[in-house]
Design a binder for this molecule. Structure first.
Ligand code: CU
Length: 172
């Protein structure tokens, strides 16, 4: 009887300690810089761009696009408050030369799959920049999809030499 009581008390103490631990850990597990936008079947994960030097006319936009639906969708373009032209680009090697070109037919996001837009690969190209982009800013625009339509996007401006989002670096 006594030992039963002790056991119950002990497990109660362990349980509340676990609750405390979980509460303390939760805010740390959510990186402040990460953000997501949901649009229909699509999830746009952490759209980011890079700070630009004075006089720069173009900047790249990067994010991961997940398609949770059962039909493919297609990224076909976008708009930005800070740029006159927004295009979907790819980079690829032609011989020894890295070339970048517009994907005029759009970029397919396969059903149940995801596509990463990242430096050296697929990316959004912001052209005719109206203002320099400054690290720490959030700049606004849209991305256009064939099925999900026009989606409002906030781009986090990372450091000028960033190769990956800052929230990824914090976990090192
Ligand atoms: Cu480009």
């Amino acid at each position: 009887m006594l030992s039963n009581m002790t056991r119950i008390l002990r497990s109660a103490v362990v349980a509340s300690a676990l609750v405390l631990a979980a509460t303390a850990v939760a805010p740390v597990a959510t990186p402040a810089a990460a953000h997501e936008v949901k649009a229909g079947a699509l999830v746009l994960v952490h759209p980011w761009t890079r700070a630009t030097p004075d006089g720069a006319k173009a900047a790249g936009g990067f994010l991961v696009i997940k398609n949770t639906g059962s039909e493919p969708d297609k990224l076909i373009g976008g708009t930005a408050e800070f740029a006159g032209v927004v295009q979907v680009h790819e980079m690829k090697m032609e011989g020894d030369v890295m070339k970048m070109q517009e994907l005029k037919d759009g970029l397919e996001i396969p059903a149940g799959g995801e596509v990463a837009l990242k430096p050296g690969s697929f990316h959004i190209m912001f052209m005719q920049l109206k203002t320099p982009l400054k690290k720490g800013d959030e700049v606004k625009g849209t991305l256009k999809f064939e099925k999900a339509g026009e989606v409002a996007v906030e781009w986090a401006v990372e450091a000028i030499d960033a190769k990956a989002p800052a929230h990824g670096e914090h976990t090192n």
